[in-house]
Write a protein that binds this ligand. Sequence first.
Ligand SMILES: Cc1cc2nc3c(=O)[nH]c(=O)nc-3n(C[C@H](O)[C@H](O)[C@H](O)COP(=O)(O)O)c2cc1C
Length: 363
Amino acid sequence: MSSLFTPLQLREVTIDNRIFLAPMCQYQCTGLDGVPTDWHLVHYGARAAGGFGLVIAEATGVSPEGRITPWCTGLWNEQQVGAWRRIVDFGHSQGAKLAVQLQHAGRKASVYREFEGKAGSIPVEEGGWETIGPSAVPFPGLATPREATAADIAKVVADFAAAAVRADEAGFDAIELHAAHGYLLFQFLSPLSNHRTDSYGGELAGRARLLLEVTDAVRAVWPAGKPLLVRISATEWTDGGFTVEDATTVAGWLAEHGVDLIDVSSGGNVIVKIPSGPGYQVPLAAAVKRAGLPVSAVGQITEPAQAQAILDAGDADVISLARVALREPSWPLRAAAELDASSRARYPDSYLRGRWPEVEAVR
Ligand SMILES: Cc1cc2nc3c(=O)[nH]c(=O)nc-3n(C[C@H](O)[C@H](O)[C@H](O)COP(=O)(O)O)c2cc1C
């Protein structure tokens, strides 16, 4: 049996293979209301039908001001819940499990979408909004955030918990907290963006306090049978930043607070040249795994044999795919053929005649 096609049990949820669709912003909420559209149904639906074990829906704002852009999805009202439920129900009908990545973008919120032809912060008079951060320190090229007050922090925690309740109503099987890529929860973790002198700053325990409070608030309302994942940037690739040792320590704390898997990414809080290449974040996943939780590896993993080798080496428990899955929505079906695991491929009935290898003449 191919390790990539071995089921993964997280609490009461059985994911039928180790291939996750990594969260990817689509910027397709054309109503600017955070309500997912037909685009999202087709995009996530195709990948559920394409055999991904867990489809993780994109960074989804826990509040309007928590979105990266006005075109991002949200989970702060019932209309959004209804639209997500349609997508989740379809994904379930294809045998996939679905997660949503809950997000507050902090100082990186209120920006143009990357294919808009404009970069930087959207001014308030053009539909943007004032941003918050741990400190009044801007991300290079973006507006300076307001330093979050105690009331702002309490609202962030409450918004994550309310979004988790709605994620359950929508039928999601798992939640992933976005504590990576320089968004709010990571901004608090990093000494480069968090200069606070109160209990949410200072040493690592202070900088991790917001993430742990959010984790506790979400775990308290999220069903005990459903898993909670956290995506973390395990290094900033620069001196003085958050390190892989910090990430491993935080992963240990998250385990004690009821988290079930760490999705290990990197970077995003400062502008640096990242030494990328095939599987470049796998050593980070392997390091964080030492904290004791299952981990996902992501980043330039594109070939089935490469993915399987990472699992077989014990460096990760799961492989997450992003860009390759944009061009190949049925990557898991190709992987099953290449890894000789065809019996585990989850073909929709209507696609069975497209199975690898093609054996019959077309009539
Ligand atoms: C179009 C696009 C949108 C993305 N949006 C998100 C996101 O919403 N949340 C997130 O954590 N990462 C996001 N990422 C990062 C991916 O999840 C992934 O970590 C990264 O692309 C590296 O994996 P890859 O080499 O397989 O593409 C995005 C990447 C792309 C290409």
